[in-house]
Design a protein around this ligand. Structure first.
Ligand code: OGA
Ligand code: MN
Length: 217
């Protein structure tokens, strides 16, 4: 079996890099190949809720399941299937490219599948708090076929200075990729009216060893 190609000739790398440089966030469509999106969707659809867990809120030390704040099921992504392996390899290549072009010093990437069942949401939050986390750049990739305008589940991004001012509202359309600075942009997920699948991920820095050279560079 030949490997799935993660990108296409139209992958909007330059758009994402310039968006991040200019405003700190980016939402593009068609970043990954349809073949990869389909394979990732097939992977997550095969996962029964029994193999996922109810997501929590907070840092490792005070992690708790907070059903009033978020209601999604997650499963961390490891290279267990061809699609997950291709995705993680693609994100590693992207990390190297972001480091080269944006000097972010990103060290690694972690990601999980997320399933929002009908009625699930995620209240407004930041993915990282200054000095308290090593998450620098958040990514959310949407996998949903035929998402309709009344299916809910939109991602709302808020202004980095005025946290009450929305700067964008995006339906979780198949192949759509959101990228934003983790400490700067609050965001929320509106109530989904049908099952909604995404992959949320974070490029991180290594706070303890920031001065040594990244082996991938
Ligand atoms: C998250 C998150 C957004 C989304 O998991 O932290 O904000 O649209 N997800 O799924
Ligand atoms: Mn988030």
């Amino acid at each position: 079996m030949s490997a799935i190609a993660p990108f296409t000739s139209d992958t909007p790398f330059d758009q994402v890099v310039s968006d991040i440089r200019e405003k700190g966030w980016s939402v593009t469509d068609g970043f990954f190949s349809p073949a990869l999106i389909d394979a990732l969707m097939a992977d997550v659809e095969e996962l029964d809720n029994a193999y996922m867990h109810q997501a929590g809120v907070g840092r490792k030390t005070d992690h708790q399941v907070a059903l009033d704040r978020r209601r999604d099921y997650i499963r961390w992504i490891d290279p267990e299937t061809p699609a997950r392996t291709v995705f993680l390899d693609a994100m590693r290549d992207l990390r190297v490219e972001f480091n080269r072009r944006l000097i972010l010093g990103l060290w690694d990437y972690e990601a999980h599948f997320a399933r929002y069942e009908e009625g699930a949401f995620y209240e407004k939050h930041l993915d990282a708090f200054k000095g308290k986390s090593n998450r620098v750049l958040s990514t959310v990739l949407y996998l949903n076929e035929d998402w309709q305008s009344d299916d809910g589940g939109e991602l709302i991004l808020f202004d980095e200075h005025d946290h009450n001012q929305a700067v964008g509202q995006y339906a979780p359309l198949k192949g759509r990729l959101a990228v934003f600075l983790s400490e700067a942009f609050p965001h929320e997920v509106l109530k989904a009216k049908r099952t909604r699948h995404s992959i949320a991920g974070w490029f991180r820095v290594n706070n303890s060893i920031q001065n040594i050279v990244d082996p991938d560079q």
